[in-house]
Write a protein that binds this ligand. Structure first.
Ligand code: PLP
Length: 440
């Protein structure tokens, strides 16, 4: 309560703006993920590793648009490319040279032969699922309980189901993520438990020759950070091969943030299809999805339809090219990793010193302080996370100028290439200051 009062005292202009927005925008925001109580902070401007709110408070930004800005705000190389592009046409709806250039950059890092571009992660996973259905002639997919893949009907199933709705761990019940998701869509989504190959095998056994693909985030990040246990991804690969299904890595977050070559390089497991978005655009909307020539050839053969007015928008493509060439470099990954380790080591020290019942998890540029009694292996473990303590942590950090993700369930921080040692030291000093109150 004390921290919320302080929050309200520091951010009256955001409160006012939110009150005004409520009259025109449901929940007063443009995406449900931006809404939280008592009201969300409104941004004035952002540069590098920081942003300022309407009241002029400055924050070290670790939310970074829900992890979509590993470039940091206004990265100079991205800005230069965008500025140049702005004067030479912002929309063509026709092919241009940057498509080939960026396709080459992406195919050099990820194990795909052909790709198509889009603007959002939702589009990337939606088109990929459709392609896999067409490639196998089967309608059903397996998705993991708690996994998030965007907002289309096949994805909005069992994202945050309530404990009383979900049934047996080995055969979780598929729960629509709100009204308006058709029953027929839900019926085509089979739910399995992350890190539990038996639950996946059970689906293949009970639905022989019906499952087109398994879709997953190789590191599940919608439940804090949930790492795949050794052998899990390899096991999924084997099960897909055995049952004639395709393996989709939703790398909307991990693609740019686990390291140079995304999850396939990091874990050494090769999926059949990859979805990319968020941090590949360096701050502009950009997504891509790709697979083998055989699968993507379904589009060439006019069997699967894909289009989009904004696909390969030249401004986004210019930003994407600059991002791949000058932001997502091996040197920058080394920088981000070094800072992440410094941060997590500092966190661990404080957690131990104050005796906090929590643990740290880190995956490339992402990290989280999990207020959980044991290591989270799946969605059900995550339900035991102390969400109120997580909220208390969030308000206390924000009130002192550090912005973790404003939701109590995602990875808590993304480290960008713009973050510095000084940012990390301030972050740790703030955590050191607030941690004793969390341990009470
Ligand atoms: N897939 C994953 C793993 C995501 O984290 C998200 C967004 O958070 C999406 C898909 C959807 O991306 P978008 O919000 O760009 O539609």
């Amino acid at each position: 309560r004390q921290e919320i009062e302080l929050f309200e005292k520091r951010t009256p202009k955001s409160a006012e703006a939110h009150k005004r927005n409520l009259k025109r925008l449901p929940l007063g925001v443009a995406s449900n993920y931006r809404a939280y109580d008592p009201y969300p902070i409104f941004v004035k401007d952002a540069f590098g590793s920081k942003f300022r709110d309407l009241d002029g408070n400055e924050y070290i930004d670790h939310n970074l648009t829900f992890g979509a800005l590993m470039a940091g705000h206004c990265h100079p190389a991205v800005m230069k490319a965008v500025e140049k592009r702005l004067t030479t046409g912002t929309m063509f709806g026709m092919p241009h040279d940057m498509e080939w250039e960026l396709a080459e950059e992406i195919c050099a890092r990820f194990p795909i032969e052909m790709l198509r571009f889009a603007s959002t992660g939702t589009e990337a996973t939606m088109h990929t699922v459709r392609l896999c259905r067409a490639a196998t002639g089967r309608d059903k997919i397996i998705k993991f309980e708690g996994g998030y893949h965007g907002l289309h009907d096949a994805a909005l199933v069992s994202v945050k189901p309530k404990l009383e709705q979900i049934g047996d761990l080995k055969a979780p019940i598929a729960v629509p993520g709100g009204q308006g998701v058709p029953k027929t869509a839900v019926a085509n989504v089979l739910i399995a438990s992350f890190n539990d190959l038996e639950s996946v095998e059970h689906r293949f056994k009970t639905h022989p020759n019906e499952i087109s693909a398994i879709i997953l985030e190789p590191v599940m990040m919608n439940v804090g950070i949930c790492m795949p246990e050794p052998g899990f991804l390899e096991g999924l690969r084997e099960l897909c091969d055995k049952h004639g299904a395709l393996l989709i890595f939703d790398e909307v977050k991990t693609g740019a943030k686990l390291g140079w070559g995304g999850a396939s390089e990091y874990f050494g497991v090769i999926p059949d299809a990859i979805c990319l978005a968020k941090s590949i655009g360096g701050g502009l909307p950009l997504a891509a999805f790709g697979a083998s020539k055989k699968v993507m050839g379904l589009i060439s053969d006019h069997k699967v339809f894909h289009g989009g007015t904004y696909n390969t928008n030249p401004v986004s493509m210019a930003a994407g090219l600059a991002t791949f060439r000058e932001v997502l470099t091996r040197e920058n990954y080394a920088h981000v990793e070094k800072l992440s380790h410094k941060l997590v080591t500092g966190y661990r020290r404080v957690v131990e010193e104050v005796g906090l019942d929590a643990y740290l998890e880190i995956a490339g540029a992402n990290g989280v302080l999990m207020f959980a009694p044991k290591r989270v292996r799946n969605y059900r473990d995550w339900l035991e996370v102390d969400a109120s303590l997580w909220q208390q942590y969030w308000f206390a950090m924000v009130n002192r100028g550090v912005m973790p993700q404003p939701y109590w369930w995602d990875e808590q921080w993304t480290m960008s290439v713009a973050h510095t040692d000084a940012d990390t030291e301030k972050h740790l000093a703030v955590f050191g200051e607030i941690a004793p109150a969390l341990a009470v």
